[in-house]
Design a protein around this ligand. Structure first.
Ligand code: NI
Length: 186
């Protein structure tokens, strides 16, 4: 089993930017994604499109359902600007442990543009997943990576980060997007 699940960009072949589904279009975003049977060429093609779409946005995490593919696939890269890119591909990720301690980050989401809010989540997690080559991994994460993993795994279960903030704030942001759509601004 490879120790380091991060993959150099040189591995990637063809990529395309796909449209990201945003609020108020919740129909697809609320779907529970299905596990992939294996990580084959088709899955790798979706992974690579997801990565390019995420970098272009730009964002630090993207779930396949956000580009309309309800499969349990996630891409992440929490490297800071100016740092070398360190993409992580996760198929069928599962949280297998969470710490009792919580951490708090200001979260955003490519499906909810220009909205940020503090969210509390377990500070440390362990996740099990298959990488871009279908190899199994168990990885411990903390800080921003732990938050990002939990945010993206939520997407696979049809959960958005606004579900983890107050109802008042959630209703306000959902209404904002509904209104923008009505006015033809989306
Ligand atoms: Ni998101």
């Amino acid at each position: 089993m490879p120790v380091d699940p991060f993959l150099p960009l040189a591995y990637l072949t063809r990529m395309a930017i796909r449209p990201i589904i945003t609020l108020p279009d919740e129909k697809i975003l609320r779907q529970v994604s299905k596990p992939v049977k294996s990580v084959d060429e088709g899955v790798r093609a979706v992974f690579d499109d997801m990565l390019e779409t995420m970098y272009k946005a730009p964002g630090i995490g993207l779930a396949a359902v956000q580009i309309g593919v309800p499969q349990r696939l996630i891409v992440l890269d929490v490297a800071r600007e100016g740092e070398e890119k360190r993409p992580l591909f996760l198929a069928n990720p599962e949280v297998i442990w969470t710490s009792e301690e919580f951490g708090e980050y200001e979260e955003g989401c490519l499906s909810i543009p220009d909205f940020y809010e503090m969210v509390q989540r377990p500070r440390d997690v362990k996740v099990r997943f298959l990488d871009r080559l279908g190899e199994p991994h168990e990885m411990a994460a903390s800080g921003l990576l732990a938050t990002c993993l939990q945010h993206e795994i939520d997407h696979l279960n049809g959960i958005l980060f606004i579900d983890r903030i107050s109802k008042l704030k959630r209703d306000r942001v959902v209404k904002k997007f509904q209104k923008a759509q009505k006015l033809g601004k989306l």
